[in-house]
Design a protein around this ligand. Structure first.
Ligand code: BGP
Length: 465
């Protein structure tokens, strides 16, 4: 007999995407860092495919939103691009045509009976703010972001009930300042720490703007989306535990603590002080953090982080987080070979219990989870449908652990896949496909995969439970 799963009434069954990954760069007043980078160094992107067309959502949003509805989802996260909405980044003057574009998108979402979740930053800093001010290194850029956020609240505040300030802000730190995944591909641990701080500040200030401006009067809520990659030590030796704790502080708690408790953890501050890289802050900042914690969390989960004590000797005396731990290559782990990520569904339960036990059981939802697979055309059947059974199995396993967590008291209000419709992905471009719905890049034709029919059926079953 099939096992009964537990998902509350009004659970958000949905999917997430981001505008820089679907819209194409048509009609934008500014380039984002990815628009710029893929235009100057296309060879850094899989098959040389940049962000100029992507899935052409800019022209096809009506069709796409209807398709998302047709596979039974009840909610949809996308984002608003700073580099599209704002014409004058200094003054916050908007681009009227693009104001209308986002009105049309949000209206279409609502008209289809879907709940929109709108995110304000998904790795898409306008590149000129990097060239002119050093991007997130600068507090001026923090305030410019707040200006952009305020415009979004003013324009769309009566329509959007769930806002999020950032998607995976730690990935901006990693991508731009540590591991060369995002333009300008710097390797600078000290700057990384300041950027980490400034991103936290930008989120808290945007939340302050939201509340002081009274945008919560519509009953709307504001949160942030974090990739809370759970950290598992190789063993319970003192050395492994310490290394694992440092990784957890740097990659998870550095946002989770200020976002939910209004201050950085003592351990994190001591760690930065010890290595002489404590961020610069201003007097009023602590008050801003304290008064502007999030209403809810979005949690992206793909894979666990396995850590062991540092084995090699550190030769460089410059600060770099990886100087204090090594990654542990656990034997026999289950892998998604296309993306190179471990598959470990149990972690969803661990994340949920961590939030329940250590973060006051704040409301949260899974804002991304999914499996990217290369060359899915080989799974096409005679009727032209991709038989993505691996994806169905992946979701079934993750949802089982989520259901167990909810049974055990997790305050989880939704599950969003990454992503309803195949989309462009940063340097991997269209290499790995994640969608319930495929996109043929030659023709832009959309076709529902087997997993799209499966999720519809799955949600119906849960609703009738
Ligand atoms: C998350 C990002 C998404 C998306 C996803 C899948 O980290 O928020 O934007 O890209 O990962 O990862 P990837 O596209 O790198 O395979």
């Amino acid at each position: 007999m099939e096992e009964k799963l537990y998902f509350p009434k009004n659970f958000l069954w949905g999917g997430a995407t981001s505008c820089p990954q679907i819209e194409g760069s048509f009609n934008k007043p500014h380039k984002s860092v990815f628009d710029y980078w893929s235009s100057i160094e296309p060879e850094k992107f899989f098959d040389g495919v940049g962000s100029d067309v992507t899935s052409d959502f800019y022209h096809r949003y009506k069709e796409d939103i209807k398709l998302i509805k047709s596979i039974g989802l009840n909610s949809f996260r996308t984002s608003i691009q700073w580099s599209r909405l704002i014409k004058n980044l200094e003054t916050g003057e908007v681009d009227e045509e693009n104001v209308l574009f986002y009105h049309n998108v949000i209206d279409e979402i609502l008209d289809n009976g879907l709940i929109p979740i709108i995110n304000l930053h998904h790795f898409d800093l306008p590149v000129e703010l990097y060239e002119k001010y050093g991007g997130w290194e600068s507090r001026k850029v923090v305030d410019m972001f707040v200006l952009f956020a305020k415009k979004c609240f003013e324009l769309y505040g009566d329509k959007v009930k769930y806002w999020t300030t950032f998607n995976e802000p730690i990935v901006v730190v990693e991508g731009q300042y540590l591991y060369k995944m995002h333009y300008p591909c710097l390797v600078d641990g000290e700057k990384a720490v300041q950027v980490l701080y400034n991103l936290n500040l930008a989120s808290a200030k945007a939340i302050r703007e939201f509340r002081q401006g009274g945008f919560d009067k519509y009953g709307s809520k504001i949160g942030i989306i974090l990739n809370l990659t759970p950290t598992y030590p190789r063993s319970d030796s003192k050395e492994d535990l310490e290394a694992s704790e440092i990784a957890d502080e740097f990659f998870n708690k550095s946002f989770l603590e200020p976002d939910t408790k209004g201050h950085f953890s003592k351990k994190f501050i001591e760690f930065l002080e010890k290595h002489n890289v404590l961020f610069k802050q201003e007097k009023e900042d602590n008050k801003i953090f304290k008064e502007n914690i999030v209403d809810f969390l979005g949690i992206n989960y793909y894979f666990p982080r396995r850590i062991q004590a540092k084995e090699s000797v550190i030769e460089d005396d410059k600060f770099f987080p990886d100087n204090y731990f090594d990654y542990y290559d656990m034997p026999n782990k289950r892998m998604n070979p296309y993306r190179g990520w471990e598959i470990y569904p149990n972690a969803i339960y661990d994340i949920a219990m961590n939030i329940k036990e250590n973060y006051n059981n704040i409301p949260w939802y899974i804002s991304e989870n999914g499996m990217g697979v290369e060359n899915e055309a080989r799974f096409l059947d005679d009727s032209g449908v991709i038989q993505d059974d691996y994806r169905i199995e992946f979701y079934e396993e993750h949802l089982k652990y989520l259901s167990d967590a909810i049974k055990d008291g997790a305050n989880c209000f939704g599950f969003h896949c990454w992503t309803p419709i195949d989309c462009w992905s940063w340097c991997n471009a269209y290499k790995n496909r994640y969608g319930y719905i495929s996109v043929d890049l030659e023709t832009q034709k959309r076709t529902i995969k087997k997993s799209g029919y499966w999720i519809k059926n799955f949600i119906e079953k849960q609703n009738n439970n």
